[in-house]
Design a protein around this ligand. Structure first.
Ligand SMILES: [Zn+2]
Length: 131
C-alpha cells in the first residue's frame, strides 16, 4: 500500500473543508486558537506528550484550555495552537475519503481539548459519534 501524495496546499484546503463541516457552534466558540498543520510532529513534541515509539500523533493541542483560563490569570498574548500532522494521517488512512474523515476527526479531537475536555470524555463522545 502506497501512501497518498498530498501537497501542503491540498492539505490546508482539506483542513479548511473539515472545519467547515464541523457544527457551527463548535467552531464559533473557538477563542484565540490557531489551527495549523505540519508534516510530522517534532521530537520535542513527541517527548513532551509522552508519545511512545509505537504510537502515531495525528494532531496536537498546545495551550490553555478555555475551562482553565478564568482561574489562571490567562493573558491571551499567545494563542492556543492546534497542529494537524499530515504524514501520520496519510499513514493511517487508505483513500481520499478516510483521509478527509481522519482530518475531521483529528480537528474535532484537538478542538475538544481547547474546550477543556480530557481523553475520558472525548473517548465517550467519539464512541457515540462512531458510525
Ligand atoms: Zn488528545
Amino acid at each position: 500500500m502506497t501512501m497518498r501524495e498530498v501537497t501542503d496546499e491540498e492539505f490546508d484546503l482539506l483542513i479548511q473543508r473539515a472545519l467547515a463541516e464541523l457544527p457551527d457552534e463548535y467552531i464559533k466558540n473557538l477563542d484565540n486558537v490557531a489551527i495549523t498543520y505540519a508534516d510530522d510532529p517534532s521530537e520535542e513534541q513527541l517527548v513532551r506528550n509522552h508519545v511512545r515509539h509505537d504510537q502515531l500523533l495525528l494532531g496536537l493541542y498546545e495551550g490553555l484550555p478555555q475551562t482553565s483560563r478564568f482561574s489562571s490569570g490567562y493573558s491571551g498574548v499567545l494563542p492556543d495552537k492546534i497542529t494537524i500532522f499530515k504524514n501520520p494521517i496519510r499513514y493511517v488512512t487508505h483513500d481520499d475519503e478516510s483521509f478527509f474523515e481522519q482530518i475531521k476527526r483529528t480537528a474535532w479531537h484537538e478542538i475538544a481539548h481547547h474546550y477543556g475536555l480530557g481523553h475520558d470524555r472525548i473517548h465517550v463522545i467519539e464512541r457515540h459519534k462512531a458510525r
